[in-house]
Design a protein. Sequence first.
Length: 458
Amino acid sequence: MRISVIGCGYVGLVTGTCLAEVGHSVVCFDSDTAKAQMLRDGRMPIYEPHLEELFLRNRQEGRLSLAEDAGETVRSGDAIFICVGTPPLENGDSDLSAIDHVARMIASEARSPKLVVEKSTVPVRTGQELKRALAVYGRNSGSKFRVASNPEFLREGTGVEDFLHPDRIVVGVEDEQTERQLREIYQPVLDGKFRCPVHPSGCQGAPEPAFVVTTIASSELIKHASNSFLALKISYANALADLCERLGANVEEVTRAMGLDPRIGPHFLRAGLGFGGFCFPKDIQAFIRLAERAGMDFRLLKEAESLNHHQIERFVEKIRHALWVVRDKRIGLLGLAFKANTDDTRFSPALKLAARLLAEGAEVHAYDPQAMEKARTELPGVNYEADAYAVARGADALVIATEWPEFARLDWEKIQAEMARPLLMDGRNLLDPKTIRALGFEYQSVGRPDGDSIGLPA
Ligand code: UGA
């Protein structure tokens, strides 16, 4: 099938590349000309495992191209996936101006019937507005438009894997033809018929994804409901961590045992500095606002959000308590990305923490394996170092703010020797308390007063 993808951010790039990988002919477009040129030159604007390899191969094999002209992109696809950003407005609502702009552009540029798929995360009823905009602005084009919702459940850092091996593919449709067309687009994924870059020796055993067909409104709601629920789980784990610290219990022991109950499940119960990134913080806010406009006060989610803000403050308080005076202390920060395996620093708890420490007058030195460039523009007051050892040199405290696995493999003996005071504040419960204390560190983590680490699943 000929597919057009509008918007080459995380979602659009992964979607377009993976749809090409499973055999479709894909044309991508981004209105940011610098980003589009970068892609045309074969350079990735983001770091995402496997993406570059797939992107370059599919371009070379002729299934993936980058259009310079939006109209050409619209006309070349039977199905058009809208993957533009929906950033938060001041009041927490999603800014839908990019979706509106693309809708009007599709309406005026199309010359034949199109299936328009909303892939961007949008509040309920966007599909209806999209349909209306296409009909009104396209009334003289002679084109017929069908609209579908197809939310993405891609995690940054495992986007390619999540696309090719999803648990579910959700499609919100209004007619059988649209359902058939979307099923056809995803059939290779449903059948597992593609060369898997994630499991080169074969991905036997991967369960067949569920193909879930709903109304457009339900499909839109599923996305916000899923992200908000996961955020809620994390805040619950963080509230438990607080209680564990007060009562002398270990949050990892508690959540691991809880997670063995299949009704609860083991994932997204890792306590730490809280959730960040461009999805959870904005989606939970947008969901709260959506409920508000529908006449419901979603207090449960408001509390989850407030706990998340509080988590950083609680950690700053711990650092303050440990250091006695923060002003003029040298604090090392390991990690800047909002989580491991990404270079994304948007709404990163690590950056929030760095900003709070700078505001208290600390001298902050930081290192991240991938996110230095993005952090530098976002937070210029930090001293960016070449590696973790340079960060530790002369530091009064070292903070682990992102759970990069390579931080666990550092030479901690060497780091201990380099620091002015071997105070280690582990905001991601990455290290084993007993082992690290045995090396001479003063060590504090989240919700684990003493005890061994038992390594929770992500
Ligand atoms: C999230 C969802 O997991 C995806 O399913 C969804 O498609 C995506 O948002 C989106 O809406 O596009 P992502 O933002 O990439 O994906 O990140 P997650 O892996 O979900 O992590 C979010 C944050 O929660 C990170 O800051 C992470 O460190 C934190 N987290 C996660 C915890 O603090 N504890 C946990 O147990 C799990």
